[in-house]
Design a protein around this ligand. Structure first.
Ligand SMILES: [Zn+2]
Length: 437
């Protein structure tokens, strides 16, 4: 808090001088067509506790002290990357389009993957309190509308998607927003989450309501950890607070206060390690489910699924339809050889490997002995499938895959190895394959 005040005081002092320095003041291009080139978004404004004198009405801020970095966003990869490229998502232009205009119809179709927009939105930060509202609420810039609401929470608090949709932007190229996520929802609404410590979803990723997309931070033009959240329709921001059921920020405040007063509040830490695994669809995680979600992606978690089968809690998080047979996992035919566990499929190098049924990627990489580079998928009926000896992997942990979706390529590093497990037992897959070519 002290540092915040110091910055605020410094800004005030500089603000009095800087208008005299040519070029030092942020230019105010009021053309609203291009959010990217517009005057940067700022969430500085008044600090009720600082007691510092108020700036003159309408004075432009100097933003030069504020950086949008450090840039902490996931590297594009896998199916999301391919989807983003084919839909033109992920760029500043895409962000500008999503925020300033009606979304591209192709984006809306992709946004429908996890179902329609629910009647009520999911509150984006579990313990997030109301900071500042929508509209002409700024004391230092009464002329400038605050296009969203500020949700106050500790740095590292999880930010969740307010509804299902597709990630249109997850980067820090929009001045003022810092690390930010833009999501296009199936009803055409667009949500924006700014000032993130880091974002955990990449453009093209199809999110569920309540899914983690980043962590609260103070990147960009911001004076302390908070989420700047906007909701837009046809390029216009509107007050999002009416779209939640009741007033979740009050419930969040009470829970936060009670946890603190009982000594049970834990400072967020999950944002620090760079490889926190994705948390898929855990809208209201219990302690146990959160612990399980944090293991996803570890080889130990895959071993546990193979040895013991999946628990009900885990299966509840797995999207997709139930199948009773296996789609042939390769493009093209292969010689099948039964192994003590699973089968070897001899095929051409660089052959696409497909998911045999809908499921959730729970493992990618090496570490499981004897199977080389592998993808592990958990299916909603409890199946666990393993695709080993791959040359390259095309999916990421936490990604939902559909039957037939390419997840890897193989054949060049020896036969592709495939295993099927259910309820802790290995199952001979040969009788279950369909569309063998
Ligand atoms: Zn704000």
């Amino acid at each position: 808090m002290r540092r915040t005040r110091a910055i605020h005081t410094l800004l005030f002092a500089l603000g009095a001088l800087l208008p005299l320095v040519p070029g030092a003041v942020a230019t105010a291009d009021e053309d609203e067509d291009d959010i990217v080139e517009n005057e940067p978004h700022d969430d500085l404004d008044d600090d009720e506790e600082s007691g510092s004198p108020r700036r003159r009405r309408g004075r432009r801020h100097d933003y030069s002290h504020f950086s949008d970095g450090p840039r902490r966003v996931p590297n594009p990869r896998g199916a999301s990357q391919a989807r983003a490229e084919s839909l033109g998502l992920g760029t500043r232009d895409a962000a500008s389009h999503a925020l300033r205009r009606s979304p591209d119809p192709r984006w809306l179709r992709a946004a429908e993957h996890h179902g329609p927009m629910p009647e009520h939105l999911h509150w984006p930060v579990d313990l997030g309190r109301f900071g500042r509202g929508f509209g002409f609420v700024r004391r230092t810039r009464p002329d400038l509308r605050h296009d969203g609401v500020d949700v106050v929470a500790d740095e590292g608090s999880v930010i969740r998607a307010v509804g299902p949709g597709i990630v249109a932007y997850s980067d820090n190229g929009i001045r003022g927003f810092g690390n930010a996520v833009v999501i296009v929802h199936p009803n055409g609404w667009v949500s924006l989450y700014a000032h993130c410590y880091r974002t955990t979803v990449q453009p093209g990723w199809r999110v569920r309501a309540g899914e983690r997309i980043g962590f609260v931070g103070t990147t960009g033009i911001s004076r302390g950890p908070h989420l700047h959240f906007e909701l837009r329709r046809n390029g216009r921001a509107f007050d999002p607070l009416h779209e939640f059921e009741g007033r979740p920020w009050i419930a969040a405040y009470r829970r936060w206060r009670d946890l603190r007063s009982s000594g049970q509040y834990e400072e967020p830490t999950a944002h620090v390690p760079e490889n926190t695994p994705p948390e898929r669809g855990l809208a209201r995680p219990t302690r146990e489910r959160r612990a399980a979600a944090e293991d996803v992606g570890q080889v130990a978690f895959l071993r546990k699924l193979i040895a013991d089968g999946a628990g009900q809690d885990e299966l509840e998080e797995v999207p997709g339809d139930h199948f009773s047979n296996l789609l042939w996992p390769l493009r093209g035919s292969a010689r099948i050889v039964r192994r003590p566990r699973g089968v070897n499929l001899s095929t051409e190098p660089d052959t696409p490997i497909r998911a045999v049924a809908d499921g959730l990627v729970v493992f990618t990489g090496e570490g499981l002995s004897g199977v080389g580079k592998a993808v592990g998928v958990l299916h909603p009926n409890g199946w666990v499938t393993l695709y080993g000896n791959a040359e390259s992997l095309h999916v990421e942990v936490g990604q939902a895959v559909q039957r037939g979706e390419w997840i890897a390529r193989g054949g060049g590093a020896g036969p592709v190895h495939f295993q099927l497990h259910q309820g802790g037992s290995e199952v001979d897959p040969r009788e279950l394959f369909v569309q063998v070519r």
